[in-house]
Design a protein around this ligand. Structure first.
Ligand code: CP3
Length: 343
């Protein structure tokens, strides 16, 4: 059976614009909180394929999205390469022993990571076996730059001081780390696709930290290396790239992928003008519009007016926040599906 989401990724005309939400499996759903508390904590949930499968399916069953995204986190890759990872309540993810030198990089184990991530592959196999035939399953990873930033900073950062100091003072070290992470991601994403992911997405959440020349040298080049590898091995699997916050650099975006994720700060008109002929666009309603139904209606209309159910996948321009009412999330999904029907 054809999957409307996969068809849209390939530029085929679909009966309506397929829609999903970044971070759709998460804390705004009471059903998610219940499964997480049974698992104990967030990482235990990621490592438990049965429960991870259950929370991945929740947004499909409860909210009505057109694709499931596997439940996991981008940071399990550096963790399984050998770095201790903690999720501290209120503070987000922390690597207590961040990377500081070449010796630390040499200790990272690419092959071990690809093997130890078996619980993710098992989660994918389980989801694919339970998901309806006409719904797509999205696998994902973090971009090498975003992962390396966490590995060097040790946690989220406002200034990116440590990682930026490194790219300007010791670019060789940074490239060594980025190359190693990219190698791990090639194996990881290949295994996700072999396990049943219909589409894969690369999250470059910290893209906007870099000036243009640095962005292309330290981030986009590695995304391109990863997507070329995947395209040559799995030509049929669509790839979504999501470099967040780089509207000023769109002219220079190229590479072997299918869908470009547009964040909420980039006007859809601009993305369409610069990239719409070459890539399918995904996005980009401002996620906090979900707090108010009138704001949702307005937000959808604004995007639909530009995209008109052509070469488009509907999404938020970043993740859904934990205190959004479930009813509003349902309203958003239903409204997109209704408003784009037969356009
Ligand atoms: O539904 C989905 O989108 C699938 C699951 C998913 C999670 N994280 C689950 C999660 C995905 C795709 C991610 C990606 C991710 N993780 C990114 C890239 C996307 C983005 O938002 O830019 C980043 C930067 C991370 C790192 C990360 N993981 C952070 C910063 C946090 C804390 C965020 C917070 O709001 O507290 C996490 C934890 C995390 N990952 C949660 C979930 C559902 C919350 C954990 C919980 O308390 O249950």
């Amino acid at each position: 059976m054809s999957k409307i989401f996969v068809d849209a990724c390939k530029g085929k005309k679909t009966p309506y614009t397929p829609v999903w939400m970044m971070r759709q499996a998460g804390r705004y759903l009471p059903e998610y909180m219940e499964v997480r508390s049974k698992a104990g904590d967030f990482l235990s949930l990621c490592k438990d394929p049965q429960k991870a499968c259950e929370v991945s399916l929740q947004p499909v069953d409860i909210v009505g999205v057109d694709a499931a995204i596997m439940f996991s986190d981008i940071l399990v890759v550096p963790m399984e390469m050998g770095m201790e990872l903690k999720f501290v309540k209120g503070e987000g993810p922390i690597f207590p022993n961040p990377i500081t030198c070449m010796e630390d990089i040499e200790k990272l184990d690419v092959q071990k990571a690809a093997n130890e991530l078996e619980y993710v592959y098992e989660t994918i196999r389980l989801i694919r076996s339970k998901l309806a035939d006409d719904k797509a399953l999205i696998g994902f990873c973090g971009a090498p730059w975003t992962l390396a930033t966490y590995m060097i900073e040790g946690q989220g950062t406002k200034t990116y001081a440590k990682v930026k100091k490194l790219i300007y003072s010791n670019p060789k070290l940074m490239h060594a780390l980025l190359s190693k992470v990219t190698e791990a991601l090639k194996l990881y994403m290949a295994n996700q696709i072999k396990s049943g992911a219909d589409v894969v997405m690369i999250f470059d959440s910290w893209a906007a930290a870099l000036e243009q020349s640095a962005y292309f040298e330290f981030s986009w080049n590695y995304i391109k290396e990863l997507t070329s590898f995947l395209k040559s091995n799995f030509p049929d699997t669509p790839i979504i790239a999501f470099p967040k916050g780089i509207s000023g650099y769109l002219d220079k975006i190229d590479g072997d992928f299918d869908v470009f994720g547009v964040d909420w700060s980039t006007p859809m008109e601009l993305a369409k003008e610069k990239l719409g002929d070459r890539y399918i666009l995904q996005g980009n309603m401002e996620p906090t519009r979900l707090y108010d139904k009138n704001a949702i209606d307005e937000g959808i209309d604004k995007v639909v007016k530009v995209m008109k159910n052509e070469r488009h996948i509907f999404n938020l321009g970043h993740g859904i926040l934990p205190d959004v009412p479930v009813e509003n999330a349902k309203y958003f999904i239903k409204s997109v599906q209704a408003k784009t029907k037969n356009l």
